[in-house]
Write a new protein. Structure first.
Length: 96
């Protein structure tokens, strides 16, 4: 459901005439909820969540869906911040 809401919002803005988006922290858009509540380390206020909230399985499928349902219909430019992408996987994150 999140995907369709995001794609509809993007299309709404594209229909208004914007030229593109900078998608900040895109590697965090898909999360794993299987881990449940993460343990907070002693002396810390929050639990680090990078292992369950960054580059999760299925994220590239989600991004391809974004392209198919939104980006590919417009003559626009997008750029994303892809924190934590392994250099060996970078090719999967770059499209034309």
């Amino acid at each position: 459901k999140t995907g369709s809401v995001v794609f509809n919002m993007m299309n709404w803005w594209f229909d208004k005439g914007i030229d593109g988006f900078r998608v900040d922290a895109i590697t965090h858009i898909k999360k794993s909820f299987e881990a449940g509540n993460l343990p907070v380390q002693e002396g810390q206020q929050y639990a680090p969540a990078f292992d369950v909230a960054m580059n999760q399985p299925g994220i590239l499928t989600w991004l391809r869906e974004m392209k198919a349902k939104s980006l590919s219909y417009y003559d626009i430019m997008t750029v994303g911040e892809a924190n934590g992408v392994n250099p060996d996987d970078a090719e999967n994150w770059v499209g034309s």
